[in-house]
Every structure is written in C-alpha cells, then in structure tokens.
Ligand binder design. Structure first.
Ligand code: FAD
Length: 391
C-alpha cells in the first residue's frame, strides 16, 4: 500500500512537470516545474503548540564505555537535533563496542536508563542480538522530546573537525538510513512499517543536510521549481525522491510494545548509577544525562528549545511531502539568539483524525528550558510560514 501511494505521488508530480514543460516549450534540461499544494494556515487550521527541548551537548553525542569498578556503563546521550536520525547507527555502534570490550553472557542483567528513542532502540537492539534480561528504567515513558520531534531523517550537519569522528558519524548516519529503509520495507521484526516512509523532500539548493548521503544510500537530488498557487514566482529547490520521514509516535509505540512484551520496565528517576545493581548499564538519559554523566565528560548539556505547531483540518492527500527552508537568526525578548526556519512534515499524532496532519516548524534557541517558553515565537513562526507558502 505504501509503495502504491509513493508510486502515485511520483506519477502525479512527474505528470504535472511534463505537462508544464510541454506547454512552456522549455528545453529538456530546464528544472522540473512542480505545482505543490501548501498546508492551510488560517487560525482554524492551526492545532496544538508544541514546546520541546533537544538534548544538546557541546562537541556532539557522548558515546563511550566507562568502567567503574566491576560495572560497565555504556554512555549514549547528547544527540541534539539529530536524535532520531542518528539513534539506530549510534546504538548499533555502541552495542558492537560493548560486545567487543565486555565479556557478558546473554542472560546477564542489563539496565537501560531512559525510554526516549535512544533508550528504546537500545533495548530493542540488545534484545534482537540475544540478550534476555533487559530492564528499562525511566522517569517518563510518554510525551517525551522523542515523541514531539518533527521526524525528518536528515543530519542537521553540525561541523565536525576531527576527521576520525567525522568518518564515524558518517558511517553512523548511513547505518541509520539503512535501518529506517528496512523499517519502511517491513523488514524489521516488531517495528511498525508505517513508522518510516519514503517521501519526497524539497530543500533549498544550499541546504547540505542530505548531501553527505548522496551516492552512499541516496540518489542525487533533482533541481526543481516549486510553485505554490498564491506565490508569484516559483522557488528553486532540490528534490530528494528517497528521503525518509519518521512517524515518531508510531515508532515509539511499537518500540514500547516490544519492550512491554519481552522486557521489563520500571518508571523511576535514577539519581546515581550506584542505585543500580546490574553490572551492565546503558545510559540513554537524553537531557537528564546532565546529572548522570560519564566521569570524564566535562562538556555541558544544554536544552535546545524548539517550537512546533501541529496542523489540523487539512486535506491529508495534499500534505504528503517534506519541505524545508533554512531561515535566519534573531534575538528573543530576553536576549537569546533564536535560529528559525520554515519547514513542514506530514506528522500525525496516534489516533488523531486523518485531517489532523502536518507539523510546522521551527525554532532553535540554545540554553532555554521550559521556564522561558518564548511563547511569542509561535506567532512569528506562523507569520513566516504564511509568507513562505503564500497563505
Ligand atoms: C523541535 C524539535 C524537533 C526535532 N526534530 C527532529 C527531527 O526532525 N529529526 C531528528 O533526527 N531529530 C529531531 N529532534 C531531536 C530529537 O527529538 C532528539 O535528539 C531525541 O528525541 C533525543 O532522544 P533521547 O532518547 O536522547 O531523549 P528523550 O526523548 O528526551 O528521552 C530521555 C529519557 O531519559 C529519561 N531520563 C532522563 N533522566 C533520567 C533519570 N535521571 N532517571 C531516569 N530516567 C531519566 C527520560 O524520562 C526519558 O525517558 C527534534 C527535537 C526538537 C526539540
């Protein structure tokens, strides 16, 4: 069914492009002209305002195995705005390291701290690699940053100067893409295939987020002209036909189901690793890792605040693409730098009506937590989106 929808979408877009070229008489190499339906953005189409916080660590995610006496602690936290994109690759990399460095029988008790995408994928991958005694301990299992995230599988492109780490992060990104590709094709046992979708993604020509994956796992993009009905001129953009959209709510639900069926879960805050009697601990506490860090990790963890708006009363067949326009920066009322962009993904909340589809983003305000919500950013975001989409 998913393949059919994707094929239909491709056909519609290509037909529209071909028709336009035929009538305009443009040369064959001219960018494809693609009429796109924008999301509806008047007041009755704007749903829940979502405020959430990326677990940002200076220097990128911390991924190391620490030995404290006889206890092995596998740290995997601080993925910032890339948690969904990098989680499968990071988790697999650390489990491989763990198997190489720590001699544990498969029935040895393992405790995973955290039930976000990093913690749940860790439990899932440990279980699928044969471990039989896994417990996930988390302060919260629902309504996490991992549920609220947009769901675009694309590294945000943080500049990495260390060539070894750069190469590792590249490999991790490729492994993640392949993992989600397998989910989308229904090849991952116990993971809902509807949680990952191949989708058309329209990005600005200078947007380098997916560039590193071209040729490795993704095809090169096509240069296109995107026309929204109410905009005088089209946008020159690049179209990736094999981008992946992640339905975060659906993926979290199926990973949680796997956890509840095959492993143990405990809802509890962990104050210190000493509270845990198991000799193998995976620390996937996201922002909470600020209080549960590795002994040699002096990089601070800070919340990277983000604003999103869920859309409603939309035509679900028209909200079937990813679009992203990198914006600029400004200063908030309390003097913080806010980076803003306009993007829209076809995100849905589980159980919501079919017409409640689409999420509008977004902002990035470093070192701002829930005590400084910057509410005004929601209205500013809508203003920018209305201008961009011609609404
Ligand atoms: C606005 C926004 C949009 C985003 N969009 C994208 C996107 O499109 N693509 C992408 O790849 N990423 C995106 N992200 C980033 C992504 O959401 C995060 O990187 C990811 O969710 C982090 O997952 P996590 O498992 O590390 O943390 P979390 O989801 O925050 O989970 C942490 C877990 O640890 C538990 N915990 C913490 N401390 C303790 C403790 N002391 N004891 C017990 N339990 C503890 C928590 O209860 C929770 O269960 C976005 C983020 C934001 C804010």
């Amino acid at each position: 069914m998913k393949q059919l929808i994707f094929a239909l979408l491709c056909t519609t877009l290509m037909h529209a492009a071909a028709t336009d070229l035929a009538t305009s008489g443009a040369p064959a190499e001219a960018p494809l002209y693609i009429p796109l339906q924008p999301p509806k953005l008047s007041a009755e189409h704007l749903g829940t305002r979502v405020l959430c916080h990326r677990p940002v660590r200076t220097g990128g995610p911390y991924m190391k195995i620490e030995q404290r006496g006889t206890t092995s602690i596998v740290h995997n936290y601080g993925h910032g705005g890339d948690g969904w994109t990098l989680a499968p690759g990071c988790v697999q990399h650390l489990i491989d390291q763990f198997h190489a460095q720590v001699d544990v029988p498969k029935e040895e008790p393992i405790v995973v701290i955290g039930a976000g995408v990093v913690g749940l994928l860790t439990a899932y991958m440990l279980h699928t690699s044969g471990h039989s005694h896994i417990t996930v301990v988390a302060e919260q299992f629902e309504d996490l940053t991992s549920h609220k995230a947009g769901g675009f599988c694309a590294p945000t492109g943080a500049q990495e100067s260390d060539p070894v780490k750069k190469e590792l992060m590249h490999k991790i990104g490729i492994a993640s893409y392949k993992f989600y590709e397998a989910v989308a094709r229904g090849q991952k046992p116990d993971v809902d295939a509807m949680g990952a979708w191949f989708m058309h993604a329209f990005l600005m020509p200078g947007d380098q987020r997916l560039a590193a994956w071209e040729d490795d796992v993704m095809q090169k993009p096509t240069s296109v002209l995107v026309q929204f009905p109410n905009k005088k001129r089209p946008y020159q953009m690049k179209l990736y036909k094999d981008a992946i959209f992640l339905d975060t709510h659906r993926l979290m639900a199926s990973l949680l189901l796997k956890l509840k069926s095959h492993m143990l879960s405990v809802k509890q805050r962990v104050e210190s690793f000493d509270e845990i009697s198991a000799r193998c601990i995976f620390n996937c506490a996201g922002l909470g890792a600020q209080d549960l860090k590795a002994l040699d990790d002096d990089a601070p963890m800070v919340p990277g605040q983000g604003h999103l708006i869920m859309l409603k009363n939309q035509d679900p067949y028209k909200i079937d693409y990813i679009i992203g326009f990198k914006g600029g920066s400004g200063i908030t009322k309390d003097g913080r730098v806010v980076h803003h962009s306009v993007y829209m993904f076809p995100k849905q909340t589980l159980g919501a009506p079919e017409t409640s589809i689409g999420v509008l983003g977004g902002t990035y305000i470093e070192d701002a937590d829930a005590t400084t919500p910057h509410e005004e950013q929601f209205d500013l975001m809508v203003e920018r989106a209305r201008y961009f989409f011609g609404q």
